[in-house]
Design a protein around this ligand. Sequence first.
Ligand code: GDP
Length: 365
Amino acid sequence: MEQIHCIGCGVEIQTEDPKGLGYTPKSSLEKENILCKRCFRLKHYNEIQDVSIHDDDFLRMVSSIRDKKGLVVHIIDIFDVNGTMIKSLPRIVGNNPIILVGNKMDLLPKSTNQNKLIQWLRSSAKELGLKVKDVFLISSVKGYGMDELTDQIEEYRNQQDVYIVGTTNVGKSTFINRLIKQSVGESDVITTSYFPGTTLGFIEIPLDDDSALIDTPGIVNHEQIAHYVSDQDLKVITPSKEIKPRVYQLNSEQTLFFGGLARLDFIKGDRQSFVCYFSNNLPIHRTKLEKADELYESHLGELLSPPDEESMKLLPPLTTSSYRLNGEKTDIVFPGLGWVTVSGACTIVTHSPKEVAVSLRKSLI
Ligand code: GDP
């Protein structure tokens, strides 16, 4: 039988195993444009189906880029740089040039200093051994920065193929749908959804007679907090519009809880403000440091939520890191959740889920 691919996610169609990837009932094979059951449900019922595919399979599929020639466009979520930057990218893409694209700009406060953000992305990439040719900031939902990026891709690609790579949930499908809409005027050619792990096959979109834009499967990165929360909680922690800073004036020995997913202890320092940039829907709770442990033990999932019941089964335990800040305006970044800006000298302790390491950067605001 000739191989047929889903026009939604690109995965190979099969008609034998209803629970397996790429399943379509035999009767649908008559149709011209075939969708796998999963994409069909997503498209028509707006409902995501769980399929599991082993990380190694993702990697093996994507690693085939190494043997090809083309421009690699690496999309990351600026809200979760650590969780969405692919550390193994140099190994995956070989010698092909990489450009880095920070998506979801529309969620950042307008006062964000974009140059600082670009610098931070550059240095984060460098720390991971990623050599990037250029860095761009976009919002694939709002279209911000897209024209410049498409012009630059055209320049950099040198008439070769363009590979779009990213971990799950960074907005890769949204990005490509937008490109398709711009060029063909057709929407919803591939599937997009709220949840990680949605885009599973390679999809080729012709750019001209000899080259194509290729969507690759999303790699699952275990440092992405999205993998440790329920679908419901993911909706709560993912900002849906521009985040509004919430300011807390704290004395030393006070604690802030971000739901029950992360925590910041102000250990030592003068009274000062902690400016919190998180999804507007994520509750922040202030308490005394001496009461914090007990509060966490007795009210996780209630007063301190998310996590909901399902996330509590998924979440790794919190681990702590201690930092002494010298008074330079600094962002304490909780990848995938948000960050807290402090301007005074202080000692703090952060608590975050084990795989999701907190980091510091020069303030972006
Ligand atoms: P993929 O898994 O990388 O293909 O990601 P999707 O395109 O399915 O997007 C994942 C989620 O992020 C969806 O809920 C999108 O609506 C959302 N998203 C994608 N791009 C943007 C963006 O530029 N801004 C905002 N606010 N959300 C975005």
